[in-house]
Design a protein. Structure first.
Length: 256
């Protein structure tokens, strides 16, 4: 059974509460309540971003980075399962069943031509405050085998029709997707260790690298920040994107 979410009373979300929300996040971080701290600081980041409060942003990205670094490390200590793939069009891979079986770890969940199961896992992770993460993936029959597409963002879904060849899949997949032969992915489940952590980190880095590079190329500081924020949407624990956001926000706050 999925554990019940602990009741966490949030402060009213208004501009006046921004500094209190930042302080709450810092206190939660010091208490090692990493998921709660991430939620508080992420909400503060959104409020500060909408208000273009660059001074607050410059001070908040580093603790937010730390919450997410800790979150990923905790995920990496659980079960690593990178081949949770639907076996065919009638195999209903249910996100809820996945999270019940793997409530702690690093996963690759791929529905049959759909990222819906992985999306459900992410939804339940947030709802129940679990140290589990998954790539957004879909599996397709290609030739005599199967191919897995990992998409960077939910709004760039995988192809809605089954490709017939790997070239067709590459052409139809969203830009910057990762494509694997299903046989390339490690089979079964493993207890997380330094080796599995490095393996999964390499996949996340491949996924976020083009978005990070695009942000670096921007000249306008606001567009640069938007690029780094998009990179974090692709990979929530991209440390360099958080560091660059803090640097750019600091430079903008000095100009006021």
């Amino acid at each position: 059974m999925i554990i019940q979410r602990r009741s966490t009373k949030m402060l009213p979300m208004s501009e006046d509460d921004l500094q209190s929300l930042c302080e709450l996040g810092q206190e939660q971080l010091m208490r090692m309540e990493y998921l709660q701290a991430e939620a508080s600081l992420a909400r503060a980041e959104q409020i500060a971003w909408e208000g273009k409060d660059f001074d607050t942003l410059s001070r908040l990205y580093m603790p937010l980075q730390e919450t997410r670094r800790q979150r990923r490390q905790r995920c990496g200590e659980g079960i690593v399962a990178l081949s949770l793939l639907a076996q065919g069009p009638t195999d209903s891979l249910e996100g809820r069943r996945v999270i019940e079986n793997y409530p702690h770890g690093q996963l690759l969940v791929a529905g049959w031509g759909s990222i819906a199961p992985a999306m459900k896992v992410r939804e339940l992770q947030q709802e129940h405050e679990l140290f589990v993460e998954t790539f957004l993936a879909a599996v397709y029959p290609v030739g005599a085998g199967r191919a897995v597409v990992i998409v960077p963002l939910a709004e760039t879904p995988p192809p809605d029709r089954h490709p017939t060849t790997i070239d067709d899949l590459v052409r139809l997949a969203p830009p910057h997707s990762l494509i694997y032969n299903a046989d390339e992915l490690p089979k079964g489940t493993r207890k997380g260790d330094w080796h599995t952590y490095a393996e999964v980190m390499a996949m996340w880095e491949r996924l976020h690298a083009p978005f990070l590079a695009a942000a670096h190329m921007q000249v306008d500081p606001i567009q640069k920040m938007e690029g780094y924020r998009k990179t974090i949407r692709v990979d929530y624990a991209c440390e360099l994107a958080h560091q660059k956001l803090s640097d750019v926000a600091k430079s903008l706050s000095r100009k006021k």
